[in-house]
Design a protein around this ligand. Structure first.
Ligand code: GUN
Length: 168
């Protein structure tokens, strides 16, 4: 880990995330949505919205996972990020989250709920600080980390990416 990364983890009080990278929740709305107003995917009430800081480093990719909610990414600083997305219909998109708009990077992106996604810092020795906002609010009951073999069975054409961006 570089000095800069260690400093950011300390300053922003980040914790390791189960998918890889580091995070801290910065916002959770007081208001909640009753289970009857949510889709059948949800197993209980949820806050209106939540937001996290999310830090990725070159040696800590975020492994393929999915959540029920749409997730909005915001780029803050550091190196650009490859965001890989596999939609339920098998469409694969790979975009670059970053601030160099002239180079085709986007500072903001929405990952639709139900999409498998993974992310990695493109540079070999860098970090990226982003924010991720979801509505309804985040709950680990809505989160599924991909199992490598199961995801390859679902999308065999993406075996190489899935192998690189899962941990087992
Ligand atoms: N809170 C804890 N983990 C996450 C996550 O992966 N995404 C979002 N948006 N919020 C979280």
């Amino acid at each position: 880990m570089t000095e800069k990364t260690a400093q950011l983890i300390d300053q922003l009080k980040l914790q390791p995330h189960p998918e890889g990278g580091y995070f801290r929740e910065t916002y959770r709305s007081n208001g909640t949505i009753h289970i009857e107003s949510l889709s059948k995917l949800y197993d209980g009430k949820r806050n209106y919205s939540t937001c996290i800081y999310f830090l990725l480093t070159s040696d800590k990719f975020s492994a393929f996972h999915k959540i029920h909610q749409d997730e909005i990414w915001h780029f803050y600083q550091g190196s650009p990020i490859h965001l890989h997305m596999i939609q339920p219909d098998g469409t694969y998109d790979k975009i670059i989250i970053g601030s160099n708009i002239d180079k085709g990077e986007v500072p903001q992106n929405v990952v639709s709920g139900g999409t498998w996604f993974a992310s990695e810092v493109i540079a070999e020795d860098g970090y990226a600080l982003a924010g991720c906002t979801v509505a309804p609010g985040f709950d680990f009951n809505d989160f599924e980390l991909a199992e490598r073999k199961s995801l390859i069975d679902l999308f065999p054409e993406y075996r190489e990416s899935i192998t690189q961006l899962t941990r087992g």
